[in-house]
Ligand binder design. Structure first.
Ligand code: G1P
Length: 294
């Protein structure tokens, strides 16, 4: 066992407007759209809980109250399921329900960027290293991405960012890192840049939306100026944490599949991929797809 503080808390920035998915997201938060029969945010919370996270911190915004309801008990529903002897469904709801006191919700009042959303969680996280999971990005592998990152954190001190290769023509849409050893599972980061101009990316490794960060990031976020896209960027504060505060950043390569459910294509692909892994759906779904493709 390492003597480092354990990663107990995970932050989920869920205040985004979901404009890429209108009109679906006009009245329903994009995080509540479903991949098969679980909301996107539930899949990401599943990943965090499988990694041993004990406290879930949601940074929400106006129109997102249904996320809070989703992670609360629903007495009438439980009662109805019990009366109808729907024991399996009831047990599944109970298994998903976070324990009392295990969730916190705070609001990002204005859409000022990811860095600002993370900063909104500062008082709830306090002075301990924490995990950050961007709910749009579903990470699907044999082992959960955050579980792999916590293993890397236990072995190496500092901050950790999940990365994966991305086609060169898409690099300008992401944070990109340069590393000491691009083939290693865990490697020290030598460079970070948020949304590099075409042709200037330091490598093909993009930041996939899973982080383990030291709490000093909050002090830097407080004074972070606007960066790419006119937003307060998390990456810019991570660069300062590494350059001015001398903190080490590691890239942890994720080898599973990653689906950007904030894009229509990513969302549809995730639904098919997750459904094809379900014993109750794979066979009939394949048959339907074959019919459609004929
Ligand atoms: C954010 C991060 C970026 C990362 C991306 C992953 O960008 O700033 O570094 O690569 O998430 O989805 P956004 O998608 O908010 O523009």
């Amino acid at each position: 066992m390492s003597s480092r503080p354990r990663i107990r808390k995970a932050v989920f920035p869920v205040a985004g407007l979901g404009t890429r998915f209108l009109p679906a997201t006009k009245a329903v938060p994009k995080e509540m759209l479903t991949v098969v029969d679980r909301p996107v945010i539930q899949h990401v919370v599943d990943e965090a809980r499988a990694a041993g996270i004990e406290h879930l911190v949601f940074v929400t915004g106006r129109g997102k109250a249904v996320i809070e309801d989703h992670f609360d008990i629903h007495f009438e529903l439980d009662r109805t399921l019990a009366d109808r002897k729907k024991d399996k469904e009831l047990a599944a709801l109970k298994a998903d329900l976070p324990a009392a006191g295990m969730t916190s919700f705070t609001r990002q009042q204005a859409p000022l960027g990811l860095g600002h959303a993370v900063w909104c969680a500062r008082d709830i996280v306090g002075n301990e290293p924490f995990a950050l999971l961007l709910p749009d990005m579903l990470h699907h592998g044999k082992k959960g991405c955050l579980a792999e990152m916590i293993e890397a954190y236990d072995a190496h001190a500092g901050n950790h960012i999940a990365v994966a290769p991305v086609p060169e023509e898409d690099a300008h849409q992401y944070g990109i890192v340069g590393v000491e050893d691009a083939k290693a599972k865990v490697s020290r980061i030598t460079k970070m840049v948020e949304k590099p101009a075409k042709g200037t990316a330091p490598s093909n490794l993009h930041i996939t939306g899973r982080y383990i960060l030291q709490p000093e990031i909050f002090t830097l976020l407080e004074t972070q100026e606007r960066g790419a896209g006119g937003e307060i960027q998390l990456t810019d504060s991570m660069i300062r944490l590494s350059k001015t505060a001398g903190q080490v950043f590691h890239a942890v390569r994720f080898d599973g599949a990653i689906y950007d459910t904030g894009s229509k294509l990513g969302f549809l692909t995730a639904n098919i991929a997750y459904a094809l892994e379900r014993g109750d759906l794979a066979g009939p779904l394949k048959a339907e797809i074959e019919k459609l493709l004929k």
